[in-house]
Design a protein around this ligand. Structure first.
Ligand code: PGA
Length: 251
């Protein structure tokens, strides 16, 4: 089973439109000629259209950082799936730890967003991961399993083929403290075995599982060498052209 690696940059609430376009152009240049991997960037909603245009002649994919579940309606502050499609976006990050822990999104809401995204043809990256406290209490597997089970509730096998999973231990996000390659592989293998129970082996084997949490030029190669690490979701190091270019060009 070959899974095409995906290197995804999550720009969070950084960069204005001019800065975003400039960085997007650099990412497009750094991605030129890479056919054995996919590159994705997720700017703020306000920069999506401009960034999409800036990478139009490249294979770089553009994603949103969240999406609502309804086609339209009275949902102040939310963005609907067709609005993303309207600017050419076809991927979306869902259930990021900052959405869960800063903005109180629970598994049920993440699942609604998953269903909305898939219903309108957007490929979601479902983020899961334990807090430091949960890891110390040896609850990593149960927390991740619950996030997967609830996040993927009522998602069909056909829809699952469009889903990417990202394992992002909360204690590793933005802290400079990366999970070791062994810690990452252990949870990635657990995620894949959970997917086997939820779907079946061939499908589970085809799902890409990204690692996120302080991914840097210094650790990308050893993380990517793990059998169940199929890519990376990169925050801080994705905001600088040079470091992201190195990460894209992992060996
Ligand atoms: P980080 O963020 O690379 O800055 O740790 C990762 C993420 O939040 O997706």
């Amino acid at each position: 089973m070959t899974r095409t690696p995906l290197i995804a940059g999550n720009w969070k609430m950084y960069l204005n439109r001019t800065e975003a376009v400039e960085l997007a152009r650099s990412v497009a240049a750094a991605s030129t000629g890479l056919t054995d991997r996919e590159v994705m960037i997720a700017p703020s909603y306000l920069s999506l259209a401009a960034v999409k245009e800036a990478v139009a002649d490249s294979p770089v994919r553009v994603a949103a950082q969240n999406v609502a579940w309804e086609e339209q309606g009275a949902f102040t502050g939310e963005v609907a799936p067709p609005m993303l499609q309207d600017v050419g976006v076809d991927m979306v990050i869902l259930g990021h730890s900052e959405r869960r822990h800063v903005f109180g999104e629970d598994n049920a809401m993440v699942n609604r967003r998953m269903q909305g995204a898939l219903q309108f043809g957007l490929s979601p990256i479902l983020c899961v991961g334990e807090t430091l406290e949960e890891r110390e209490q040896e609850n990593t597997f149960s927390v991740v399993e619950e996030q997967l089970r609830q996040g993927l509730q009522d998602i069909s096998a056909d829809q699952m083929a469009q889903v990417v999973v990202a394992y992002e231990p909360v204690w590793a996000i933005g802290t400079g403290k990366t999970a070791t390659k062994e810690q990452a592989q252990e949870v990635h293998a657990f995620i894949r075995s959970t997917l086997v129970t939820l779907y079946e082996k061939t499908l589970a084997d085809s799902v890409r599982i990204l690692y996120g949490g302080s991914v840097k030029p210094e650790n990308i190669d050893s993380l990517m060498a793990q059998p169940d690490v199929d890519g990376a979701l990169v925050g801080g190091a994705a905001l600088q052209a040079e470091s992201f270019a190195r990460i894209i060009n992992f060996t």
